[in-house]
Write a protein that binds this ligand. Structure first.
Ligand code: NAG
Ligand code: NAG
Length: 343
């Protein structure tokens, strides 16, 4: 590949299959999650122990590596005419043993893999590609973002049902859970979104490398855990004008049966309780760092920057600057509102 081997970087892989032609079937980015099976973990542990991709056959595709080696971009061999541009080609290729071995090796050596330029026209086709990568996809989501299932699929959900000016801060998927997803796959239907749709990829092992030099922070964190406190309204009484409420608990647990909610809470070791107006509070405790299961490397593994009010204003102000002009006024106004809430 002609690029230095930089080691496995992150627990979460991202796959973006981008369409060749524009259409309006699906504007929002969509995604699926997987926790992997035990076989996958063993296979990846073996691959993670290798120092290069030698011995695995490379795909008949063009490979480009991002400057820092974190993102590997895979695109069709010869744009315009080859079989790799046929619909269904990508999933068929991913199902072959060689592709599967190559993909896992590349995943642990880089961190994020982008498939760009293949013919994956819609969410059901993306689901087939995702199932070719791993059959163990998740259909439960106990995270904080409002998210809807995409029609005609079982596993594909919108990335987040937020307005274009809203930002989802960089995070490791559900890092507040005991067993968060190991793999996350995104699908972008269009590349040319001028507003919204921006999906930055973050190397959280790199984040830890860069902040671990801060002795004060390391000392403060040593031996301590983070308590996450998340609150969700009752879907039937959505009265509260508090912008920190993102969704209601019946939507999150996909039931209004509290016995069932309690059952799911205890399975996840969440402490769940309802107050007098039926707001559900979920508390749980997790360490701020975790060791990568396959490589043993330390990862900054928490939701500290996401579930904290201080970060909201910055995100809107950033959008305001990015959009500029009159369009930037609305996110700027919201950012100012969040700043006032903090006073
Ligand atoms: C799914 O279909 C329903 C009814 O046609 C529609 O209201 C909804 O917006 C669709 N959802 C998505 C994510 O496309
Ligand atoms: C509520 O959920 C519990 C646990 O899953 C189940 O045993 C019970 O039958 C459910 N109740 C109703 C009314 O559906």
């Amino acid at each position: 590949m002609g690029a230095p081997w930089l080691g496995p970087r992150i627990l979460v892989a991202v796959l973006i299959a981008v369409l060749l032609k524009d259409s309006d079937l699906l504007d929002l980015p969509a995604r699926v999650l997987s926790r992997f099976g035990q076989d996958d973990l063993e296979a990846t542990q073996e691959l993670a122990g290798r120092s290069s991709l030698e011995g695995t056959s490379q795909p008949d595709a063009q490979l480009h590596l991002s400057k820092n080696g974190f993102v590997l971009i895979v695109s069709p061999a010869r744009p315009g005419s080859e079989a790799s541009l046929e619909p269904g080609w990508l999933q068929t290729w991913l199902l072959t043993a060689e592709a599967s071995a190559w993909l896992r090796g590349a995943f642990f050596q880089h961190g994020a893999i982008v498939f760009r330029g293949f013919n994956v026209p819609d969410a059901p086709s993306f689901e087939q590609v995702a199932l070719a990568i791993t059959p163990s996809l998740e259909d439960v989501y106990l995270g904080t973002s409002p998210r809807s299932q995409i029609n005609q699929t079982k596993f594909v959900h919108t990335a987040a049902d937020f307005d274009k000016h809203s930002t989802v801060p960089p995070h490791l998927e559900m890092s507040f859970m005991d067993d968060p997803p190991k793999l996350q796959m995104f699908y972008a239907h269009r590349l040319d979104m001028t507003k919204g749709g921006e999906t930055p990829l973050v190397d959280f092992q790199g984040v830890w490398e860069s902040i671990s030099g801060n002795g004060g922070l390391v000392k403060r964190m040593k031996g301590r855990n983070i308590m996450y406190i998340r609150r969700y309204e009752d879907c039937g009484h959505r009265k509260i004008l508090d912008p920190y409420f993102t969704k209601c608990w019946q939507d999150m647990f996909k039931t209004d049966n509290k016995t069932e909610v309690r059952r799911q809470c205890s399975k996840e070791r969440f402490d769940c309780s309802w107050d007098s107006i039926n707001i559900l509070t979920i508390k749980n405790v997790q360490p701020p760092l975790r060791q990568h299961q396959a490589t043993g490397k330390t990862i900054w593994f928490n939701h500290m920057n996401v579930l904290i009010p201080d970060s909201y204003a910055y995100d809107y102000e950033r959008t305001a600057v990015m959009w500029g002009k009159v369009e930037g006024w609305w996110p700027l106004l919201i950012g100012t509102y969040y700043r006032m809430l903090l006073l």
